[in-house]
Design a protein around this ligand. Structure first.
Ligand SMILES: [Fe+2]
Length: 361
């Protein structure tokens, strides 16, 4: 069965993602070393090459508590990394952005990291120093980055696998969503909300990685539900209703056939259970419902409310949040709701913007 093969790749991804943590740690280490050398005011982005020569940020050093400022910093870092990857040479520039100038940042440098003629990564510096100073320092920075580059090349194969698996997960999740125009991007948004809740709860990296996969695949069982039932606008017959209520079970069966999926399955199986026991498929209540199931339930409902469906328009974010809070203790675990609200308060601007970008059809 094709779905089982895809799901197999998904579970392997969970393992390889945890393996790549080391590269992030190496990036963090390099960031700290460079900051020591260049001064605490310097902002540092460490990028590595992904397939199709796209740079990807593995670590950013020197971010502040101001979210909007950080977004501008990251945008400049990413833009500079893209330029380094297309021109394959050292780039320096004066800072143009007013918000950055106001904080004393004067120059930006993009330093390519080569290994045997191949561009493997880039370091981006945004610094209170002058452009020419950064240019003069660049050979030293390249030297400091040499051990990181060594690690990076060692992990290259691993990281390629990770990308392959990650894109498989995404392909599978979006294939489910894409079958139905009104759910486009649904799994990815649910995953964003679920992981944000998990972070607020203080889950460790491995658990967040499992939660991520569980959320991405929460509706995978819809593969086994007839399209006419999924797409139906009017009232469902009892039989159709029963069929749709099977999708968590089908999803759990698909993903459960694979070894080491024990931590991923419960979130899929339980995402339509309710805290008060009135949910489906089994009517579990309270903490009988897996933690991932309780988290994904909130994330899933929030996205359903804030997306336009065939039968109604999207609710404003604030109204949807109030609705979730109103249902704490009934539909949802009140603890999860508390962390959801905390995550929402921190990320609402980003969530809202992403929701608008991705729900245009
Ligand atoms: Fe579902």
């Amino acid at each position: 069965m094709e779905a089982v093969e895809l799901a197999n790749a998904v579970v392997s991804a969970a393992r390889s993602i945890s393996g790549v943590k080391y590269l992030e740690d190496a990036g963090k280490e390099l960031g700290a070393q460079l900051r020591q050398m260049l001064g605490v005011e310097t902002k540092i982005g460490v990028f590595v090459r992904r397939p199709e020569a796209v740079p990807s940020l593995v670590h950013a050093e020197g971010l502040e508590t101001d979210e909007l400022f950080n977004l501008q910093l990251l945008a400049l870092m990413e833009g500079t990394a893209l330029d380094v990857f297309s021109r394959k040479e050292l780039l320096t520039n004066g800072v143009q952005e007013e918000a950055l100038l106001n904080r004393g940042l004067k120059a930006v440098a993009g330093i390519p990291l080569f290994s045997r003629q191949e561009l493997e990564g880039a370091i981006v510096l945004i610094s209170p120093r002058q452009e020419h100073e950064l240019r003069e320092m660049s050979p030293f920075i390249t030297a400091i980055a040499a051990p990181f580059l060594g690690e990076l090349v060692n992990f290259r194969l691993y990281s390629q696998l990770e990308d392959l698996y990650l894109s498989t997960i995404l392909a599978l999740a979006s294939a489910i969503d894409a079958k139905h125009p009104y759910t486009r991007g649904h799994s990815e948004r649910v995953t964003r909300y679920a992981v944000a809740i998990g972070r607020e709860m203080g889950l460790d990296k491995d658990s967040l990685s499992d939660l991520r996969i569980s959320a991405l695949l929460h509706d995978v069982g819809k593969i086994g539900v007839k399209d006419v039932v999924l797409d139906k606008n009017g009232r469902l017959t009892d039989e159709e209703y029963l069929e749709i209520r099977q999708h968590p079970v089908i999803g759990a069966q698909i993903v459960g056939k694979i070894s080491n999926s024990e931590k991923i399955v419960p979130g899929i199986l339980d995402h339509h259970e309710r805290y008060d026991g009135k949910g489906y498929p089994s009517g579990k209540r309270g903490e009988e419902i897996s933690l991932f199931g309780r988290i994904i339930a909130v994330a899933d409902t929030f996205d359903a409310m804030t997306s336009t469906r065939s039968y109604r328009k999207a609710l404003p974010f604030q109204v949807a949040v109030e609705e979730i809070v109103y249902n704490a203790g009934y539909q949802f675990d009140p603890k999860v709701v508390k962390y959801f609200v905390q995550a929402y308060e921190k990320q609402k601007n980003i969530w809202q913007r992403e929701n608008i970008i991705h729900s245009v059809y």
